[in-house]
Write a protein that binds this ligand. Structure first.
Ligand SMILES: *Cc1c(COP(=O)(O)O)cnc(C)c1O
Length: 386
């Protein structure tokens, strides 16, 4: 299926709603039955029936079909946040006594789940540097049930060789889950590489306008049906029809936005690399990136998010730089229209700052939809004020 077809036409039944170009928001909690037997069937198989919008909803279904098709997956579920999708994907695949192998430094809330919640149920996690396949081999135990990946990572962009991990996991009957938020299915298709469950936050690039949260979990029908009937319905963390509609709207412009951001990011990366106050830059599609070859091999693109190490002798200089930006906002998240920064030193107390520690001088920059020259000018004047 062509990406353009998926985004503009697929799964929309316009003849059923007055040939409207934009689909209706089915803002309903429940659905009416005329026959007892139809209701009985719905109770038995909620996965295929409109019964109650905590389960299936027609607006959400349009989004599900489009997102699953983009991922090359049989089905997907859309949650009300990426964190909810991560939680359901892991919870559905572990039981007491199981073990998980996770890449180190996964997304904050994945890490909190592994460290704080799962141990209460007797599920333990081993973190590894996922850049070397041997580290997976060494960490796998007889009770390993899940391998959790994030490629690239959204701070240091560490990448895992996905086909190699899949080969290892399949031989041991281990479920593979990936956080594919950085690439979206336009730039990386983990399901086609054999990964069992591909998760992405829809809050970032899919929505694209910083106005709705969502999370996507794609996989085989049996796996998705299993998660629908347990975690999805039980936690009640499905996306609302209105937010699903916003995400359908966001999807329409996803390829155009990624093209634009890719082109702008190249210019901003080039500017930063040449700046005397920048010590180094981390961006998967830059030749200086240690895993550049692997990035090129399994990703179609990289855009928007990068991290640079700023030259500073004290925390004040970094704070002055960040606070001097006039157009680039300081805020969490990314993937929207607006450019953003987060300094790593916002996550530590000022007294802990150590200028010799490169990590403390890291700044993550997200390039949005503004003119690249406008962003460069803003960065330039902030560097001058340091
Ligand atoms: C934002 C983010 C998430 C979580 O998504 P939410 O929609 O905010 O819950 C997960 N992984 C990565 C890499 C993210 O950047």
């Amino acid at each position: 299926m062509d990406t353009s077809y998926i985004i503009n036409e697929f799964a929309e039944e316009r003849e059923n709603y007055f040939n409207a170009v934009s689909p209706p928001i089915m803002q309903t909690s429940n659905f009416v039955f005329n026959k007892v037997d139809d209701m009985r069937k719905a109770f038995v198989d909620e996965y295929s029936t409109y019964l109650y919008s905590r389960g299936k909803n027609p607006t959400v279904d349009i989004l599900r079909k489009k997102l699953a098709a983009l991922d090359g997956a049989e089905d997907c579920l859309v949650f009300n946040s990426g964190a909810a999708a991560i939680f359901a994907s892991v919870f559905a695949n572990v039981k007491a006594g199981d073990h998980i192998v996770s890449v180190d430094k996964p997304y904050t809330w994945a890490q909190k789940m592994f460290n704080d919640i799962l141990p209460r149920f007797g599920v333990t996690t081993t973190y590894i540097d996922g850049r070397q396949i041997e580290n997976f081999e060494r960490a796998i135990l007889p009770n390993t049930a899940v391998i959790y990946l994030e490629s690239p990572n959204s701070w240091d962009y560490a990448i895992q060789d996905l086909p190699a991990v899949v080969e290892l996991a399949k031989a041991e009957n281990i479920v593979t889950i990936i956080d594919n938020s950085y690439c979206t299915p336009l730039y990386q298709k983990p399901i086609e590489m054999g990964i069992d469950l591909s998760m992405q936050t829809a809050t970032k690039y899919i929505g694209g306008h910083s106005d709705a949260l969502g999370g996507v979990l794609s996989g085989g029908k049996a796996m998705i049906e299993k998660i629908f009937n347990s975690e999805y319905l039980n936690i009640g963390s499905g996306i609302s029809p209105f937010n699903a509609w916003l995400l359908i709207r966001g999807l329409r412009t996803l390829p155009a936005r990624l093209d634009r951001i890719t082109a702008s990011t190249k210019k901003v990366v080039a500017y930063l690399k040449g700046h005397p106050k920048v010590e180094s830059i981390l961006f998967p599609f830059d030749e200086s990136f240690p895993q550049f070859e692997l990035a090129k091999k399994q990703m179609k693109g990289a855009c928007g998010l990068m991290t640079f190490v700023i030259k500073a002798n004290n925390i004040q200089q970094i704070e002055t730089f960040c606070e001097s930006l006039e157009h680039i906002f300081m805020a969490v998240s990314w993937g929207g229209h607006e450019s953003l920064i987060i300094p790593k030193c916002s996550g530590i107390q000022p007294g802990e700052f150590d200028a010799s520690n490169k990590e403390h001088r890291m700044i993550r920059l997200y390039v949005g939809l503004e003119e690249p020259e406008y962003l460069v000018k803003d960065l330039q004047q902030a560097f001058e004020k340091m």
